[in-house]
Ligand binder design. Structure first.
Ligand SMILES: Cc1cc2nc3c(=O)[nH]c(=O)nc-3n(C[C@H](O)[C@H](O)[C@H](O)COP(=O)(O)OP(=O)(O)OC[C@H]3O[C@@H](n4cnc5c(N)ncnc54)[C@H](O)[C@@H]3O)c2cc1C
Length: 304
């Protein structure tokens, strides 16, 4: 590793500061050969185009304020639905008016609880802020020219053995790096309308980062952004289930881009009343495995 990544520090023997940070020597690294990046804009544009080709209509700047709950069998009496009536989500109230559908599919991400809590449906998820810092500068350029790991001759996406894990993602075209770290205890589960990245948080990561990569010494963020993970706090996998006639897809837990295709296919199978979804590559997946009642998934260990 030392030969391949000039300047990297793997050995902290005798480094008192590193000891305080709890940093351990690195004996070896693991390289994922079949890995890569995904252009999120391209992915979203693809879905938008595909949806429009199916005559789908997209309404931007439209907020759902309420889910409309009606009795399965309407009696036409004022005050419905009553306690003893089976209920069904039949539509949504928005700032543009009400919309009804034979089937309502909800994928409100971190905002799920606003809509679902009030009608007594548990999303099984909680929102938590996550932040990314963009850094660059000449001292980092050697890391954009690292041979032996991949065809691009660039440092791979690197996860450091810190607690919690700090990751760095090189962006060759922009000559920059994204730095992030998913903090756990101490970081509130909280819904924020406009979550902001905290520069002071970067400097906490920076203290550790510069130990492994002295290239980061004195490097400040050029840009930073934050968003919300909608965390399934039990197994870190999405929930896809039917409740009150609606299909609910939530809890991507920070992997909703990479899992979007699979989630979409499982939602489509549920909508079509199929027990099994066919994932990309032809692999079958039992729809109920990501549901609530018959849930059967391993814990997602790869959450950054
Ligand atoms: C900093 C950061 C980095 C990430 N990096 C990665 C990554 O590298 N790989 C990866 O796979 N995933 C990553 N993720 C996670 C990924 O972005 C999410 O898992 C994914 O966006 C979830 O998709 P979704 O469609 O379920 O929810 P969202 O993308 O959150 O979409 C939900 C939408 O519903 C809308 N909405 C909610 N409530 C209402 C309402 N009442 N009325 C109208 N609209 C409403 C919201 O405005 C939003 O547009 C990252 C997330 C963050 C914050």
């Amino acid at each position: 590793l030392r030969r391949m990544i000039p300047g990297v520090c793997l050995d902290f023997d005798g480094d008192e500061e590193a000891k305080i940070f709890g940093l351990e020597n690195i004996d070896k690294g693991l390289l994922g050969q079949k890995c890569g990046g995904l252009d999120v804009d391209a992915l979203v544009n693809f879905y938008e185009d595909a949806f429009k080709k199916l005559d789908g209509k997209i309404l931007f700047n439209t907020t759902v304020s309420e889910l409309i709950l009606k009795p399965e069998k309407r009696l036409g009496i004022h005050g419905e639905p009553f306690v003893w009536q089976d209920k069904r989500i039949v539509g949504v109230k928005t700032n543009r008016g009400e919309y009804y559908g034979d089937s309502i599919i909800l994928a409100p991400g971190a905002w799920a609880n606003i809509l679902l809590d009030r009608i007594g449906i548990d999303s099984h998820t909680k929102p938590k802020k996550r932040q990314v810092f963009v850094v660059g500068g000449p001292s980092l350029y050697p890391l954009l020219n690292v041979k032996g790991f991949n065809g691009q001759n660039i440092l791979p996406f690197t996860i450091l053995p810190t607690h919690p894990r700090i990751y760095i993602r090189p962006c060759g075209r922009e000559k920059s790096f994204w730095v992030g770290c998913a903090d756990d205890i101490g970081r509130a589960f909280m819904l924020e309308d406009n979550p902001e990245a905290e520069e002071s948080y970067y400097y906490q990561l920076y203290q550790l980062l510069r130990k492994y990569f002295p290239h980061f010494e004195n490097v400040r963020p050029m840009n930073m952004f934050a968003g919300l993970y909608e965390m399934n706090t039990i197994d870190g996998n999405p929930y896809i289930f039917e409740e009150a006639g609606a299909i609910i897809a939530v809890g991507a837990s920070g992997s909703g881009i990479i899992k979007a295709d699979a989630i979409g296919r499982i939602v489509a199978a549920l909508y079509n009343g199929e027990k099994k979804a066919e994932l990309f590559g032809g692999r079958g997946f039992r729809v109920s495995d990501l549901g609530v009642e018959k849930r059967k998934v391993e814990k997602e260990e790869f959450i950054l």
